[in-house]
Design a protein around this ligand. Sequence first.
Ligand code: SF4
Length: 134
Amino acid sequence: MERHLADDGRVFIDMPDDPARNPCLDCGACCQHFRVSFYGGESDAHPGGFVPDHLIVPINPVMACMKGTETGGAPCVALTGVVGLGTGCSIYANRPTPCREFPVWMADGSPNPACQRLRPMIGKPPLPWQPPEY
Ligand code: SF4
């Protein structure tokens, strides 16, 4: 898991391709649970935006969400594969900010409490702790 400090101080997360180091690859619970909402300016229809506009639904004049997640409890349109078995994000390089900011492990090595809550809902075991990053 790599953390990147954005210019504005936000911390973005990139997960590795190696299944041994990336529990998201056979999970996907978060991508079908939350309403994935973000600033509408992240749409690639706007200058500097990057999220494919045809995969977005406006919520109000300022905010948008990923199609499929409007009410929560349903998969994001960009989620590929089968939740709990093998999943991916078809727009990983262009995913919106909440997806970039969602850590599987916190800086102290503890699993994200949201992962621990959601994984049992799809039959996955809790995540173990990892050594702290600092
Ligand atoms: S954009 Fe990708 S990472 Fe974000 S919720 Fe959709 S499938 Fe998951």
